[in-house]
Ligand binder design. Structure first.
Ligand SMILES: Nc1nc2c(c(=O)[nH]1)N[C@H]1C(S)=C(S)[C@@H](COP(=O)(O)O)O[C@H]1N2
Ligand SMILES: [Mo]
Length: 326
């Protein structure tokens, strides 16, 4: 059914999309940074940064809505410049140097690509990436991202709710969790030749978290396919959780009845919990989580409970002691 609050991207110019949105104007972006954002894919020529041209998404749906903000996905906060989003990354499969990921991953080939969805489901299936992308047209959703190392961003992701894919395979009644796995291929992901982490990278969510409409399978950002640095061709985005939950370059999604292992919890359980909900009141053992550095801004911001998504997700954790379940 056509949604009056959505317009196909073919009817929106890039100018409308990124330069004219009332909320970004109100957020006070300067003319210079607006221009920089619009021009980012045309010329990422800051010394030391890597420009990766990925194809524009043809069928991107941009939610507008009466207040111009679109179904709660748009924020009254400026978008983080594309150059920062694609040149300051954690992706240990390539390198542990955040500023070197873009160059190290530039040649990564993510076509063809399949994603196996299996485990406690009625209809397990190996999907071609194209089949997954056809489940729903990608929607643009600007989400706050908060990394455990205390930097943050606002990124216009393109993707669709993971729940749509999970419904396709028909979870069984006893399924309680969803496990995710990144590609294991040291010839294509050279960081996997070092034992910096246990490979492949794995992550997990409770099934109710995975089914929440904010939980996104993203195949793009800034109106383009994902660059390798940000998890091409398909990655998870869970905006109320710390960044490490957003597993990149996913090849397997498995429904289980037991809490799955997760890479950072395996590496240091006292530092990285399974839930990993953004919580300014629970410090990381080695640093505070109460404030954050928004990339591209000077000064720090207060970190918000559940990264500002409490209204949408707090009910999922009612009755849980979030100091113990961090
Ligand atoms: N496969 C894989 N996924 C990963 C990581 C990684 O090293 N490998 N790093 C995580 C961490 S710690 C963060 S903060 C985010 C960073 O995502 P971004 O580079 O798109 O901002 O990716 C997460 N997903
Ligand atoms: Mo992170």
């Amino acid at each position: 059914m056509p949604n009056p609050d959505t317009i196909p991207s073919s009817q929106i110019t890039p100018q409308d999309t990124y330069l004219n949105r009332r909320n970004f104007m109100r957020a006070g972006l300067t003319a210079a940074s607006l221009l920089a954002t619009g021009a980012a894919y045309r010329g990422l020529n800051r010394p030391g940064s890597t420009a990766v041209e990925t194809p524009r998404l043809a069928n991107l749906v941009v939610h507008t809505g009466p207040d111009g903000r679109g179904n709660g996905f748009q924020l009254d906060e400026p978008l983080t410049p594309l150059q920062s989003v694609t040149n300051y990354n954690n992706f240990y499969e390539f390198t542990t140097n955040k500023e070197a990921v873009a160059a190290a991953s530039q040649q990564f080939v993510s076509k063809p690509w399949t994603v196996t969805v299996d485990g406690l489901v009625q209809k397990p299936k190996v999907f071609d990436l194209d089949e997954i992308l056809q489940i729903s047209p990608p929607e643009e959703r600007a989400y706050r991202m908060r990394c455990v190392e205390a930097w943050s961003m606002v990124i216009p992701w393109a993707g669709f709710s993971l729940s749509r894919l999970l419904k396709k395979v028909e979870p069984l009644g006893k399924a309680r969790y969803v496990a995710f796995e990144t590609l294991l291929d040291p010839s294509r992901m050279p960081g996997q030749k070092s034992a910096t982490l246990d490979w492949p990278y794995v992550e997990g969510l409770r099934l109710d978290e995975a089914m929440h409409p904010l939980t996104l399978l993203a195949s793009g950002l800034y109106g383009r396919e994902l660059p390798p640095s940000n998890g091409a061709p398909l990655r998870l985005v869970v905006p109320w959780k710390y960044g490490f939950k957003g597993i990149k370059s996913i090849v397997r999604i498995t429904l289980t009845d037991m809490q799955p292992k997760t890479t950072w919890n395996n590496a240091a359980a006292h530092e990285y919990g399974f839930l990993a909900n953004v919580n300014p009141g629970v410090p990381h053992p080695r640093w505070s989580q109460s404030t954050e550095q928004r990339l591209g801004e000077s000064g720090r911001r207060e970190t918000l409970m559940f990264n500002g998504y409490a209204e949408q997700v707090a009910h999922l954790y009612a009755g849980l002691d979030l100091r113990k379940n961090f």
